[in-house]
Design a binder for this molecule. Sequence first.
Ligand code: GLN
Ligand code: ZN
Length: 774
Amino acid sequence: MTEQNTVPAPAPAFPGGTILGYPRIGRMRELKKALESFWTGATAADDLEASAKELRLATLARLAELGLDKDASAIPSNFSFYDHVLDAAVTLGAVPTRFADLRLADGSVDLAGYSTIARGEGAKAPLEMTKWFDSNYHYLVPEIGPETHFAVSSTRWVDQFVEAKEAGYLTRPVITGPLTFLYLSKPSDEAPEGFRPIERLEDVLEVYGNLLEAFKAAGAEWVQIDEPILVADIDADRDEVLANAAKVYGSLATLANRPQLFVAAPYNSLDDALPVLKDSGVEAIGLDLVRGGVPSGTDLSGVTVVAGVVDGHNIWRTDLDAALRKAAEIEALGATVAVSSSTSLFHVPHTLDGEEHLGAELLSWLAFAEEKVAEVVTLATARAEGADAVADALAATRAALASRKAHPGTNKADVRAALAAVTPADFSRPAYAVREAAQDARFGLPELATTTIGSFPQTTDIRKARAAWAKGQIDDAAYEEAMKAEIERVVRLQEDLDLDVLVHGEAERNDMVQYFAELLDGFDVTVNGWVQSYGSRCTRPSILWGDVTRPEPMTVRWTAYAQSLTEKPMKGMLTGPVTILAWSFVRDDQPLGVTANQVALALRDEIRDLEAAGIGIIQVDEPALRELLPLKKKDQAAYLQWSVDSFRLATAGAHDETQVHTHLCYSEFGEIIDAIDGLDADVTSIEAARSRMEVLPAIRDHGYERQIGPGVWDIHSPRVPSTEEITELLALAKESIPGKQLWVNPDCGLKTRAYAETTASLEHMMAATQAVRA
Ligand code: GLN
Ligand code: ZN
């Protein structure tokens, strides 16, 4: 044997430009359509497989066409039928016991079984869904216990790599890492008190080892392992997390037969986890250089850094000069540098193509997924061949950035002046006792006052009318009539039910953020800018690009009409500044707090107009307050300060006798209870049915003195709660909170429910309230 034969071929270098992931739902939401028709039974599993394959191959072709190297692991294989964390769970064999019967002889689940785990069926609850880091994407929470039997239980990850390879693309498989997987999991039903999923790390690690060997055998040169958990401050000791990171990557790096390892850490900076990964022996590390800075003074020699310089989480065109500087700074720390998106691009829509209505100037400021891929390719070319090779692209970018900066809409004198004129007094209302007395005198509401969160079922008729109006098939007057008829029906229903505080039902709103975005200046909306929210569900975030103004009242006409139909108080409905920001793509050229305050001033004017129209109760929803909470503890206080301030600026102009409500869509708010108290709303409604009022003792102990409406009906399912059940929940609530402070309401808005269960559930809610009052 000659010596040559024993010298291994040099390991393939990491490609110069890549992205961490690509939208999975399809440019025309092909996957959504294929999934939903499979779920209704209109198509079979084979049809779904075929549609998904077609989508994957089309995506590969498009990414190669845009310039990602199809032979060098630059194209990520990151397809998922529903959710990437669920994929990790079924691949590792982590299927909860209640779904055990869905497993086939080889331990895998088919597409029907997979869908059942995601969506539930009959009495089988699906996996819980929760927000993915600080994004609006929801992942499914795996359930892990001592009984979980870990073993490679799906070949899909490897199959998809092979499918691409056979089609001529050497892709880079993307998988959720073991630390992120376990730290995001929750204990299974069988797990004993105090059990933590991370206790199963050894077993999981072995399966990851098997998976990496399988990728290697299939011909993969690089595998991307996503470990965003390493950038977040979580409920675990940081030393433990770092020790586990050293163990996992130290161990995977020593596997004999493995592809090269690229550990990606999107959403913020790695901080003290960076040296741990660097020393572990993995070949490449991904840094988010949009949210996190360039790590100063760290020696990065010997490792490839995949520099995330193109924002994967927002839609603004990249400052290519600044991106090149960051890449050079990383190189100066000794690393071999590749350029990339900061996160997977699945947080942004597919393409600007088809959005020409936005106008050439705004379009020139934006980059959706396809345009971001082109930016990465430009940056990689500049690094490989010098800036001259991409001189035109650099010039075009500079011109677009200059136009954005100089545009009058991004810097309106009147908005700037109004904000500058705000004083500390504008953030505060008089003491609660004063307001409470004024509101009691005005409304004389009973103990356990009843209301709903705002929306009533969005019926097919409502959607049809809106679609017809958008297409010009019916005129404004006809649309207005249709919505008024809907409002009247909702008001009559609430009167029949004898609710204390009524709502108009939000029939005229397509979405609680987009509705306002369409009426405020400084925003634009896309026609096809869909982003996956969870499973087949997509949202179309608005673009908040300029200074915000309110050309005219937005809700007064509808609310006043609703009030004219009843003697009972009609609650006005607004979406709060933080939620408007959280569910839009927001300008990145000024602090979020400034943008939030601009929105707040517009809402403040709206509240004044509602008051003038005789509306005495106004709810400002902030369901996203928790979602934007920064991943690092050190950043949280500043966030809570500006977010709470913006809510107060929006609402503190209300008269003492105006009752301000807010609504938050979650119950685990232990960590932000001060902030919720700080909102200073007269009434706060929260989700509480599923957790059986669990949060109320903490609220009591916190000394919360204002009113609270813990939800008594979980509106996320069509199930109708019985009167007895609600009575029990109310009794539980009264153990913590005096009746005088308690409201009775569902967990959230009813827009996704049908009338049958809505009416029945509200009847039971009213009967239970009567019983408890008596
Ligand atoms: N007022 C809104 C509704 O009822 C609140 C929705 C939400 O909290 N997400 O639909
Ligand atoms: Zn809600």
